[in-house]
Design a protein around this ligand. Structure first.
Ligand code: KG4
Ligand code: ZN
Length: 349
């Protein structure tokens, strides 16, 4: 089964061709990702209007390149998948409309994929992870602990009540004058900093429900930064190290609670899976690996290029759905907001 996948929900214009075999294994034939980071860098974050326009300009070329690299003709495809949300609505419209046009012309089925579901199912493409598993999704827009029970069957165990983890990294970077996106910059600074110099809070630690709250940590960091301003290089490094350590401590505690809840409700997970751009953080990966082992499971961390937004995850989720006969009509709507649990409930109807 050959599927074209299109991703345009944020600031990556991406297209990929993925093959799913009858035994359920997958193979990436092409995965083209065009990042718009430079277009947004001057603003310190993603500007929706700029993103939508950039997707319009780039998407046709990105799809053509993916098809060419895969050595595929449109007639060879079994389905066209696009992220239909959640995300910045202008970009989602560009990707979904393009997918509909290709589906219409090629007379192939359309699969309107939930972007979060695509992150959730990536581990099955990279590691053939069996259901059920516990997903920790940590990106610029999302922070969720999800029980992944089957394709289209997800239960959200915990989420953030304010900022997403990636957002907290990005805002911290901005406060400290580091470039956008903040995650990699903060991680690099933290490597040469002292995590114990500044006292920062660990919000939500010890609570039974595996939810997150990160805006207080960000505010505490800003107050500490203001106390020592003007900031010397070592101050920035120490603040980054303190911030990253606080995030790691929070994540460790929240995932322990999440895995406990998973076990109570669904039995032991086959793995703890991480996804989202923040999963590229090495300190976090090491901590997650420890908790997975401690709770009797293993950590599955797809390569960073497949943890951040990409077309292969959309194509793969499309293939998993297509294999189960779950397709969509050309009336499928783009959505700015679309929770995984609602996605599951709709498909069950
Ligand atoms: O999944 P992603 O590429 O895009 C979405 O938000 O959907 O995630 C981007 C986020 C950004 O907030 C970025 O700062 C963060 O992931 N990030 C990191 C690292 N690399 C990227 N956060 C912490 N450490 C990193 N090494
Ligand atoms: Zn994403």
């Amino acid at each position: 089964m050959l599927v074209l996948g299109i991703e345009t929900t944020c600031d990556e214009t991406a297209a990929a061709v993925v093959r799913r075999s009858d035994d359920g294994t997958g193979e990436i034939l092409a995965n083209v990702v065009l990042s718009q980071i430079e277009e947004h860098a001057a603003y310190g974050g993603v500007v929706p209007e700029i993103a939508a326009r950039a997707h319009v300009e780039a998407l046709d070329g990105v799809i053509a390149r993916a098809m060419q690299e895969a050595g595929t003709r449109f007639a060879d495809l079994d389905g066209i998948a696009a992220a239909a949300g959640p995300g910045l609505i202008g970009g989602v419209i560009v990707g979904l409309t393009t997918a509909k046009a290709i589906a219409l012309v090629t007379e192939r089925p359309l699969v309107a994929v939930n972007h979060l579901e695509a992150h959730a199912l990536t581990a099955r493409l990279t590691d053939a992870t069996a259901f059920p598993y516990c997903l920790f999704l940590a990106s610029g827009g999302h922070t969720q602990i999800v029980a992944v029970l089957d394709v289209g069957h997800y239960v959200r165990l915990g989420t953030t009540i304010d900022d997403a983890i990636g957002e907290a990294f990005d805002k911290t970077a901005k406060v400290l004058g580091l470039p956008y996106p903040g995650g990699p910059a903060v991680e690099a600074e933290a490597a040469r900093g002292d995590p114990d110099r500044f006292t920062l809070p660990r919000p939500m630690i010890g609570r039974a429900e595996p939810d997150f709250s990160l805006s207080g940590l960000k505010t505490a960091l800003r107050i500490e930064a203001e106390k020592v301003a003007p900031l010397a290089d070592q101050d920035v490094a120490d603040l980054c190290a303190g911030f990253q350590q606080a995030v790691v401590d929070v994540v460790v505690d929240r995932l322990r609670a999440g895995l406990r809840l998973f076990r109570e409700r669904f039995g032991g997970p086959s793995a703890l899976v991480v996804a989202g751009g923040v999963a590229a953080n090495d300190a976090l990966r090491r901590a997650l690996s420890r908790i997975a082992v401690e709770s009797g499971t293993v950590l599955v961390a797809p390569p960073p290029a497949l943890c951040t937004d990409n077309g292969a995850m959309i194509a793969w989720a499309g293939a998993e759905r297509l294999a189960r006969g779950m397709t969509d009509t050309l009336a499928a709507s783009p959505r700015a907001r679309w929770s995984l649990e609602i996605a599951a409930a709709e498909k069950a109807r």
